[in-house]
Design a binder for this molecule. Structure first.
Ligand SMILES: [Zn+2]
Length: 550
């Protein structure tokens, strides 16, 4: 079934292009171009669906879930992933259609229906960090949606249904916070070995969170051994690859530290962290009476173990296959338990990911990309920065270079008589000459790209807001990665990092396999249509009508 609505898609791209480069133009054009397709499709549903609309929307984000994991491992699924694949809507060509594909950026996009250039979360390092919002009863960095701009699905729902509530849980602060947007709902994440929140949301933890933490599950994992769930002959991939885990502890079984303090710290990079997060979500559903009706509620669960295992062992490791098979089993238990608590006929589930991952360069070199390598342009950027400081005195003349995005203080430089275009031009020439650099864009070159054909150009346009001082956007050749980290990484506008799993299941969903190209920004308007509510601001996604029952 190929039903990608080309006119809506192009309209959305036009708006994205305009909003990235000319804010005044975008604000004039965005409303009719961006909201019309969603509004036209959502309106009939709003009139027909409310009596049978879902009471509970469950949004499951699997951190780093590449789209191909479903295809590669589906023969070994018997649990939740098997159920969603068999009786749900499987979108095989779905993308986090932006650059800087990291956790905060992807999580902010999932329920916003808008790309990073619009919601403003473009860097993981800023993400949800907020020293002004300290954690409650836990040590760790404060966190809030300080930098998130605009609305999400939950805001659209609450505008129509003031009694609706949202529970969002994750191992990571940004994974719990950003899918909610700015709403002050029940938002919990894992820090210092326990679930907590910040004072943005609450002054104290509810009794049920205290009770859950008191179980002490992470500390009890001391000495536990992670062995493969399936027999060794179920794994076509070798267990030993020299690039895994910095070259140490690369083969099963993996043993947890024997002292409980170390085990608490190590727990977050094991498959058991996902099971614990799902248990916590279920306890929250019970205790906070999420999905009891009559107003529809939203439950968001972000599962981080796949990201931890993927970084450490890579997307073609025995460990990642075991992690995804275990995830399938954990999700099966979760969905079975949820079905006992809430009517599955009034529940809709979506499962997606915040980003994918690029294989270790060692793996790529042995598998068809003999030149794949790690790239660094840091010395070039540093030399340019030093030159500006020498000439002008101390200052953040180059603000940052992060995952290909170089930002500068253009106004400050112009005020001191610097020919910024000449500085940027010289930098671009030096960076283009580095082995592994595919292209170097500027805001001007991006303005001219064909956004229907040029995925990389489109993803940069979807990422960079007009006010961050973007001067250069550096893209690497496929399978090349930035930096010197001893891990498999993500963060680029490549298909490896942007192509993600997307499944819908349950109330109002038409099962099937859908091969048309779709974007993660389509999730929020589709759920809105099922709920019978409308986006309250211009968005870039469209309703996936092909998978919605009429
Ligand atoms: Zn990651």
């Amino acid at each position: 079934m190929r039903t990608r609505a080309v006119p809506a898609f192009l309209a959305a791209l036009t708006v994205t292009l305009a909003s990235a480069l000319a804010p005044s133009l975008a604000s004039a054009q965005a409303r009719p171009a961006a909201s019309a397709p969603a509004a036209r499709q959502a309106q009939p549903r709003a009139q027909r669906l409310p009596s049978s609309a879902p009471r509970l929307v469950v949004v499951i984000t699997v951190d780093q879930m590449r789209a191909d994991y479903l295809e590669r491992f589906k023969g070994q699924f018997t649990g939740g992933l098997a159920r969603l694949l068999r009786t749900g809507a499987w979108f095989t060509d779905a993308y986090q259609d932006h650059a800087m594909t990291e956790t905060a950026v992807g999580h902010a996009t999932i329920l916003a229906g808008r790309n990073p250039a619009s919601h403003g979360i473009i860097r993981n390092s800023e993400g949800a960090n907020d020293p002004g919002a300290p954690l409650i009863e836990a040590r760790g960095s404060g966190a809030s949606p300080l930098r998130f701009r605009g609305t999400t699905l939950f805001d659209w729902l609450q505008a129509r249904s003031p009694d609706s509530r949202m529970l969002s849980v994750s191992r990571k602060d940004r994974g719990a916070i950003l899918p909610v947007g700015r709403a002050m709902q029940m938002v919990f994440w894992f820090a210092d070995g326990q679930f907590t929140t910040s004072d943005y949301y609450a002054d104290s933890l509810p009794a049920w969170v205290h009770a859950f933490n008191a179980r002490g599950v992470p500390a009890h994992a001391a000495g536990r051994v992670w062995e493969p769930l399936l027999p060794a002959d179920s794994f076509p991939e070798p267990d030993i690859a020299p690039w895994e885990h910095g070259g140490t502890d690369i083969a099963f079984p993996h043993r947890m530290p024997v002292d409980s303090a170390s085990a608490r710290r190590a727990f977050i990079v094991t498959p058991w962290m996902d099971a614990l997060t799902l248990d916590f979500a279920l306890e929250g559903v019970r205790q906070a009476r999420i999905g009891r009706g009559p107003a529809p509620d939203v439950l968001a669960v972000s599962l981080s173990s796949t990201d931890a295992v993927g970084h450490t062992y890579g997307p073609y490791s025995r460990e990642i296959r075991d992690q995804i098979v275990r995830l399938d089993r954990s999700l099966g238990t979760f969905l079975d338990s949820l079905a006992k608590l809430r009517d599955p006929r009034r529940t809709v589930v979506v499962l997606t990911a915040d980003h994918g991952v690029t294989p270790f360069t060692g793996w790529s070199r042995r598998n068809g990309f003999p030149l794949a390598d790690v790239v660094s342009v840091d010395s070039i950027v540093q030399a340019a920065s030093n030159g500006l400081v020498l000439r002008l005195g101390p200052g953040q003349w180059i603000r940052y270079f992060d995952l290909g995005l170089l930002t500068m203080d253009r106004a400050g430089l112009v005020a001191r008589g610097v020919n910024v275009d000449s500085v940027v031009g010289a930098l671009a020439t030096s960076i283009r000459a580095v082995h592994g650099v595919l292209r170097v864009d500027t805001p001007r070159s991006l303005a001219a790209v064909d956004t229907a054909q040029d995925a990389v150009g489109r993803r940069w346009l979807n990422t960079v807001p007009p006010n961050v001082g973007a001067e250069l956007m550096v893209t690497l050749e496929p399978k090349f990665v930035f930096g010197g980290a001893n891990s498999a990484e993500h963060g680029l506008p490549s298909d490896d990092d942007t192509h993600v799993a997307l499944l819908f299941w349950g109330a109002g969903i038409k099962p099937g396999t859908y091969t048309g190209r779709v974007s993660v920004v389509d999730i929020a308007p589709t759920l809105a249509a099922l709920l019978g509510v409308q986006p309250t601001e211009p968005i870039q996604g469209r309703v996936l009508t092909e998978a919605v029952r009429r």
